[in-house]
Write a protein that binds this ligand. Structure first.
Ligand SMILES: Nc1ncnc2c1ncn2[C@@H]1O[C@H](COP(=O)(O)OP(=O)(O)OP(=O)(O)O)[C@@H](O)[C@H]1O
Length: 671
């Protein structure tokens, strides 16, 4: 039971002492920043080092900015055994916050939430107090500390629910996603703090905090392995730009400004051509990897002629069988482009050997010159031609004979038929590529030249990725690790997965650990139960999701109701409003809302709008305080996995969901 609940019974002297600590910490942070600002990059020797140092100093200054609206610390731990006499010992009382703050004597005033000692703030319980006697959570209003809540951990007393946590969860949503650093739950913390080497895959129902956990894990890893990850990099991959815009401020608020956040299309290339889902499904299948490998290497031509290199009066010859031997020894042991370069060098080396046999003594420079010479280049181009990924894929998708040779028995004749363009493009330069093609091009690119690996990749909504897209992402963390987040029930693409083991396999992270988050922080129970009626049809293996939020009265289902009226009702309340509509109805609904202050969801817009019209296909990962879902039957009918899409849109609401329909509801919901 919390000893001190929020107002009105908060002891004012304790609160005043904490407020004084906050003021001292803010002043200390200001001094740290002033010190960082006073440092000069002039000490660096040359111009380049100076620029690098200046950029580091600028980053440091930016990281030390105090945001008056953000609590500098949100928790406190009173430790049972403080060894203050030890030189580096921490004080007995620790304030846990977003970053380290120390005073002029290096005395820590606030400890970063990611430091090992802060772990107890998230994990300690009466059953396992972890050396903590008392945990204190702080309540804020704006930037002002207004309340606190104590949890005695050393007395073995069962703790009641934290009101500060409840308030945070119940908070009306406005604007972009916020960090959850003050209220990370123990099972979420386990995932956040798993080691860098460990790939983790999180299955979780809507609103269980998967995205939040993925972002906090990125922040945790950057803190714990700063130097290593600064070199290799961390990247977040999300489903679309609207989602990226929604999550974009979480990491900067945690002081991490150097993390790339992108979509699969952003990573593999934006591609416009739309495609029949059946074709996309074949292109997304991992069997395509072998087909592409063969397609590329089929371009190597068996050498029929040798090399003649003329220098002065001499002709140096490399016989055709020797050229064949070199090609055979290189084939399959190298990537395609380095193989080309190696072939030129090996041919040049043979010429050098001939020169030496004639008593010359050529050096390395001669070998390079021979490798770049016209006869060598001509032979290499003929045998091991210069290619682009687009050339190879263009040939594969337009030439049935070539496709058959590359596919062998990996693809059935029907699948090959599906792959071939109905109307082939004249040249690879004019070809229009689809999203599925982008992953194939990426695979070819990697067969030609090794893709560099990042240190860590966070992949959100991973259930929607094709095997070939997973391979593309896997390449980008092949020397690192990944956090894979998703929900098998929310799969809406032609290639959505039904198994996380398979996802990890195609990502190249077989050792990854699959774990589950089960408690929902977003969707009220009543709404979640309603949406869960779809689960037996879309993901029969999954258990019904649980919600922390009762939310009685949060669901309204109206036949023949007007969208404008539902929007007006929502506008009369607090918080953001998402009117989620079938994509084809965006224009019609916009018209019906004329006169209301609405905008159509636009990820690039910097303006804030309380009332947004959201096309159903963009709603994934987003949340709104009040959600109006328009015409479920049309959302279902619009795409092959329309029922899963409906599950996604029904689970975006934080406070209320209104379902409007003229057509009959899908039978699962009607029951
Ligand atoms: N420990 C927590 N404390 C407070 N809020 C939390 C916590 N965990 C998650 N939330 C909140 O719950 C909401 C849902 O979180 P998030 O978007 O990460 O869920 P998700 O599992 O990714 O959902 P979806 O599957 O729908 O994409 C967010 O508003 C998030 O801030």
């Amino acid at each position: 039971m919390p000893a001190h609940q929020l107002a009105p019974d908060i002891p004012s002297d304790v609160l005043a002492a904490e407020q004084a600590h906050l003021a001292e910490s803010r002043a200390a942070l200001k001094a740290m920043r002033a010190h960082a600002q006073s440092l000069s990059s002039d000490a660096a020797g040359d111009w380049v080092s100076q620029q690098i140092l200046q950029s580091l100093l600028d980053q440091r200054v930016a990281a030390l900015a105090d945001h008056p609206d953000t609590p500098l610390f949100f928790g406190r731990l009173d430790r049972a055994t403080a060894q203050e006499d030890e030189p580096d010992a921490l004080p007995g009382t620790i304030h846990v916050g977003r970053r380290h703050v120390h005073d002029g004597n290096s005395r820590p005033l606030v400890i970063d939430w990611r430091a090992p000692v802060s772990r107890a703030f998230y994990q300690a319980s009466p059953a396992d107090p972890m050396g903590i006697v008392l945990r204190r959570r702080f309540g804020y209003h704006g930037g002002a500390l207004t309340a606190f809540e104590d949890e005695p951990l050393g007395e073995g007393v069962e703790l009641g629910p934290s009101r500060i946590l409840t308030q945070e969860i119940e908070r009306p949503r406005t604007g972009p996603m916020r960090d959850i650093v003050a209220t990370i739950q123990p099972d979420q913390d386990e995932i956040v703090r798993s080691t860098l080497a460990q790939t983790v895959c999180v299955q979780g129902a809507p609103g269980t905090g998967k995205t939040a956990v993925g972002l906090h894990r990125a922040a945790y890893l950057l803190f714990t392995h700063r130097e290593r990850l600064a070199r290799s990099g961390v990247m977040i991959v999300g489903p679309n730009r609207a989602f990226l815009s929604y999550i974009s401020s979480v990491l900067p608020a945690l002081g991490e400004v150097k993390v790339d956040q992108t979509t699969v299309a952003g990573l593999l290339g934006e591609h416009a051509a739309s495609e029949d889902p059946a074709v996309a499904a074949v292109k997304g299948d991992a069997r395509m990897a072998a087909v592409l490998g063969r397609a590329l290497w089929l371009h190597i031509v068996k050498p029929e002629e040798g090399l003649v290199y003329t220098k002065g009066a001499y002709r140096h010859r490399v016989a055709d069988h020797e050229v064949r031997e070199i090609v055979a020894s290189l084939r399959g042991t190298t990537r395609y482009n380095p193989g080309r370069a190696a072939l030129a060098q090996r041919l040049a080396h043979m010429v050098l050997v001939r020169m030496e046999q004639r008593g010359e003594s050529p050096d390395d420079r001669v070998q390079d010159a021979v490798a770049r010479s016209k006869p060598v280049k001509q032979l290499v181009d003929a045998v091991w031609p210069k290619l682009t990924p687009e050339q190879v894929l263009h040939r594969l998708l337009s030439d049935s004979e070539f496709l058959a040779r590359a596919a062998k028995s990996d693809l059935s004749p029907e699948e090959q038929e599906l792959l071939l363009w109905r109307k082939p493009y004249r040249s690879w330069k004019s070809a229009k590529w689809s999203a599925a093609d982008a992953a194939l091009l990426d695979e070819l690119r990697d067969l030609m030249e090794r893709t560099p690996s990042l240190g860590h990749l966070v992949v959100d909504e991973a259930q929607d990725l094709s095997e070939m897209q997973l391979r593309a992402l896997g390449r980008r963390c092949r020397n690192g690790s990944a956090t894979v987040l998703g929900d098998l029930a929310q799969g809406t693409t032609p290639w959505s997965t039904r198994s996380w083991t398979s996802v990890l396999e195609h990502l190249g992270q077989r050792e990854g650990e699959v774990t589950e988050l089960t408690l929902g922080f977003r969707v009220p129970r009543e709404v979640l139960d309603y949406a869960a009626r779809l689960l037996p049809s879309i993901a029969p293996g999954l258990a019904a999701p649980q919600s922390l939020r009762p939310g009685a009265g949060s669901l309204t289902v109206r036949e023949g109701g007007s969208v404008a009226q539902a929007a007006e009702e929502a506008l009369a309340k607090e918080g953001s409003i998402g009117v989620i509509v079938p994509d084809a109805m965006v224009a019609a609904v916009s018209e019906s809302l004329a006169g209301l202050p609405y905008a159509v969801l636009d990820p690039d817009s910097t303006e804030e709008h309380r009332l947004l019209i959201v096309p159903a296909t963009l709603a994934k990962g987003l949340e709104y305080d009040h959600v109006v879902v328009v015409e479920p039957a049309d959302i279902v009918a619009a795409e092959p996995r329309g029922l899963a899409r409906l599950y996604v849109v029904l689970t975006r609401a934080v406070t209320s969901l209104t379902v409007l329909h003229d057509k009959p509801l899908p039978p699962q919901l009607a029951s």
